[in-house]
Design a protein around this ligand. Structure first.
Ligand code: ZN
Length: 586
């Protein structure tokens, strides 16, 4: 049932939203006071003394100016009740006595067919892997040292060079053409249908119950200049932020061993599974999301993060700690040598060495303390406050007060401050502006620009001409797919509301927080035309900055040809920048 219930019709979602009394719902978690058009109260997501949690019942949105959390009513329930977004809709429907829609025969057969298309494609890719065209891919797999039984288990395959062989074969099989086009596995190019994946090693992505939902495809040749990984898009059956790679295989072993291993990539999951560490899942294709964490929490409370040894792996693991603490996990962490990932480590150093790492994995707190010790010596008394400030965001992710107390005393024993004082300090740290800036600055400024444009389109203060936005399409680097869908809606004359904005960004919790922040701001967003121009300028300037960096590298190398080439590119970018300015002042 799991996946099918995820497909909920839009009018049902809207009905649930409009029949939920947001104020009384939130009042179950915190006391609210009327303030202007909305209500304020102490934030139910972080400890605070003065209320910074705002709700706007008219729009059905909340935002906390203390911790930056915000979103619509479904996100609120999802976070408070540890549910996925879709489960939150069902939860509120039940609460309000709204009947859950059963899928119409047409819809359910459509979804079933979608599953069948993915199953058919997985089988197609597997056949290619063992056929003549799959030779190079087979060699690659052998080089990586993956065993036959693992290939079979994870159903690896190969998408051939030829651009539409999957499509031809699926049409021959009798799948309806329009459904194939909506499956996400094909694209229309110059009036022809082509396969999304070609010349790639294919990893099917399974649901927790083992059905194929999507694919990840990896390039094989080191000379291939295309992106290393490509994932199939979101569909009615695939929500990337709620899917953990390998969970279908791992869940039984997670229960048996009482712990889960969290890695970054498909290959890491595969190799660890092969080496006998079968309780492994990967957050492939995305950074770990709160939804993924909540899913995993159903199987165990113990988790060990095993990310890549490089800088990016370190940053991602720090982010993952917070998300996992919020989902009530007991978090440990393995740090691999800088050049290693779990795949290469277990192959080079062996199972025993990896097991030793797992068994001696430090708790997240001890790990962070070991870093702080190196960076901020306690010989300097002032550094103890720095320690508290650095650890504050992690401490405030802990929901259980007893656990929080335990960590506060552990920290207290290091810095010789009473645990109560530490907890006080953390609570007030969350109230200060410094913390707010920290949470906000995690969102990339160019991303935020795009989000503000989406917000402006949906908040209904301006009439939007899609042709005007289309001119700037190439500058939407973060959400090109969503922009495409939004433009389609406008062209079809659909009425856009803030409610729908949240539906478009259902899998982007960061974006939702940004939107709620905008909607509680007293300043209206600048005119859309101005924002579009600024986005363009920002992207071009950023490009120029990057080119300048490579110019510096080229000049250090003494590569004159390269220097001239880059300088020409920079000039071209400047001309591009100026040409627009002239148009606008003319
Ligand atoms: Zn808050």
């Amino acid at each position: 049932m799991g996946n099918i219930s995820r497909y909920l019709p839009r009018d049902f979602i809207e009905k649930v939203k409009s029949s939920t009394d947001f104020v009384s719902l939130v009042s179950e978690y915190t006391n609210l006071k009327k303030a202007g058009k909305g209500y304020v109260g102490l934030c139910p997501f972080h400890h605070e003394k003065t209320p910074s949690f705002n709700i706007n019942p008219e729009l059905g949105l909340y935002h906390c100016f203390g911790c930056g959390k915000g979103g619509d009513i479904f996100k609120f329930v999802a976070e408070k009740e540890n549910l996925t977004y879709y489960e939150a809709v069902i939860y509120l429907a039940r609460k309000n006595g709204i009947p859950i829609p059963t899928l119409s025969p047409k819809e359910s057969s459509e979804i079933e067919l979608l599953y069948q298309i993915y199953e058919f494609s997985a089988a197609f890719f597997r056949r290619q892997l063992v056929s003549d065209v799959g030779r190079e891919a087979r060699n690659y797999i052998i080089e990586r040292g993956i065993r036959k039984d693992t290939i079979d288990m994870f159903q690896l395959g190969y998408a051939p060079q030829e651009g539409n062989s999957l499509f031809k074969s699926a049409v021959k099989e009798g799948f309806p053409k329009d459904l194939l086009l909506s499956s996400g596995l094909f694209k229309e190019k110059n009036g022809q249908v082509v396969d999304l994946f070609w010349d790639r090693l294919m990893f099917p992505i399974f649901s927790a119950t083992g059905r194929v939902l999507a694919f990840g495809g990896r390039v094989i040749s080191p000379n291939d200049t295309r992106p290393k990984y490509l994932n199939s898009p979101e569909t009615k059956i695939f929500h990337k932020s709620e899917t953990l790679y390998g969970l279908n295989f791992a869940k039984q072993y997670i229960r048996e061993t009482g712990r889960a291993l969290l890695v970054e990539g498909y290959m890491d999951a595969l190799s660890l599974y092969e080496a006998g560490f079968k309780n492994v899942v990967a957050s492939s294709g995305t950074a770990l999301t709160p939804s993924q964490a909540r899913q995993l929490r159903r199987y165990t409370e113990n988790i060990i993060i095993v990310y890549d040894g490089d800088r990016a792996g370190f940053t991602a693991s720090i982010r993952a700690i917070k998300i996992l603490l919020e989902a009530n996990f007991l978090v440990k962490l393995v740090r691999l040598p800088p050049e290693s990932d779990p795949d290469s480590f277990v192959r080079k150093d062996g199972k025993e060495a990896f097991l030793a790492l797992l068994n001696s994995a430090p708790d997240w707190f001890d790990y962070l303390v070991s870093i702080l010790k190196k960076k901020y010596s306690l010989v300097e008394p002032a550094n103890s406050i720095l320690w508290v400030n650095k650890l504050a965001p992690f401490f405030s992710s802990i929901k259980d007060p007893i656990m929080l107390g335990a960590y506060a005393s552990a920290l207290g024993s290091h810095i010789h401050i009473q645990p109560d004082e530490i907890i006080q300090r953390i609570k007030s740290a969350r109230d200060t502006r410094v913390e707010i800036q920290n949470t906000k600055s995690e969102i990339d400024p160019s991303k935020k620009r795009e989000l503000r444009i989406f917000y402006s389109i949906f908040c209904g203060t301006e009439c939007v001409a899609p042709s005007e936005i289309e001119k700037y399409k190439e500058f939407f680097l973060h959400y090109p797919g969503i922009l495409e869908r939004v433009l389609e809606e406008i062209k079809e004359g659909r009425n856009l509301t803030l409610d729908q904005l949240y539906q478009f960004f259902v899998d982007e919790p960061d974006a939702q927080s940004v939107f709620s922040q905008f909607s509680f701001s007293s300043l209206p967003p600048p005119p859309l035309s101005e924002q579009l121009r600024e986005l363009r300028e920002f992207v071009i300037m950023d490009n120029i900055k990057k080119k300048r960096d490579s110019l510096r590298v080229a000049s250090a190398k003494g590569d004159e040809g390269e220097q001239i080439r880059i300088m020409e590119e920079i000039n071209k970018l400047y001309r591009m920048l100026i040409s627009e300015t002239q148009i606008n002042t003319a």
